[in-house]
Design a protein around this ligand. Structure first.
Ligand code: NAD
Length: 256
């Protein structure tokens, strides 16, 4: 599968799944636009590394996706967008009555509303190019729930629903929109939950990993390369009729 000549924007891609996905689409030949809210030398260095490793054009564009105008300007600054991978996300865990309003607002803005803004900006570019892929990194929590994750579960269910709407609005065009729903993937977002879980339950970090994977029947983390491979598949001709779906990459979590 060659994505040569295509440009992919990957939101939240200076770490974790976003970076892994950026590397896989670059490996498949796409030019990439990396993003996060920081503007450090090491962010730009990540783009330079991808460019030299895979022989593609790679840029880093700073945009804080908690802000609607910034989310829209990310796509505008990129200038073209054949593949939009909405991946940026944050987490906060608390019982609903203690859930800070600021955290609720931030999670809804970054994990869900940014998807609306970037998609609205990217679709006209895809129509102009006559081809497009919108791929939203949702979560198993876009299909199921866990206690204490009200904002995250609401946002991810919203992203799965929005993916269906975009699929219907583009159904007669060579554009598809799908959600990918990962179970646990070992990234900084999950790594930070391991010591927290160990502390909360007064158990070892190994036991905490076992607890995290309790809902994942494979008892293995998914990898960022596997997520990237799923994205590349969704960009292939074989996936041209796959639209409006939520594809689980969760070791069987949602089969339970
Ligand atoms: P991560 O913390 O490694 O990456 C999150 C990315 O989002 C980072 O690049 C971060 O800089 C960026 N980001 C955060 N706030 C931002 C903002 N305001 N503006 C722009 N970028 C911002 O976490 P991850 O595990 O790689 O998560 C990536 C996505 O995958 C998230 O949407 C997450 O919900 C989803 N996900 C992760 C898992 C998992 O187990 N790791 C499981 C299911 C879904």
């Amino acid at each position: 599968m060659s994505l040569k000549g295509k440009t992919a924007i990957i939101t939240g891609s200076n770490s974790g799944i976003g970076l892994g996905v950026a590397r896989e689409v670059a490996k498949a030949g796409a030019d990439v636009v990396l993003n996060s809210f920081t503007d450090r030398d090491e962010d730009h260095a990540l783009a330079a590394e991808i460019a030299s490793e895979f022989g593609v054009a790679a840029r880093y564009i700073q945009a804080d996706l908690s802000n609607a105008d910034a989310a829209r300007s990310l796509v505008e600054k990129a200038g073209c967008c054949d593949i939009l991978i909405n991946n940026a996300g944050i987490q906060h865990v608390a019982p609903i009555e203690d859930f800070p309003t600021a955290k609720w607002d931030a999670i809804i803005a970054i994990n869900m509303s940014s998807v609306f803004h970037t998609t609205a900006m990217a679709l006209p570019m895809m129509r102009q190019a006559g081809w497009g892929r919108v791929i939203n990194i949702a979560s198993a929590h876009g299909l199921t729930a866990s206690p204490y994750k009200s904002a995250y579960v609401a946002a991810k269910h919203g992203v799965v629903g929005m993916s269906k709407v975009v699929a219907l609005e583009t159904a007669r065009e060579p554009i598809t929109c799908n959600a990918i729903c990962p179970g646990y993937v070992l990234t900084p977002l999950v790594e930070s939950q391991i010591p927290a879980t160990a502390k909360e339950y007064n158990i070892s970090e190994e036991a905490a990993i076992g607890m995290l994977l309790e809902r994942q029947p494979s008892k293995e983390f998914a990898t960022t390369e596997q997520l990237g491979g799923t994205v590349v598949f969704l960009c292939s001709d074989a996936a041209a009729q796959i639209t409006g779906t939520a594809i689980s990459v969760d070791g069987g979590w949602t089969a339970l």
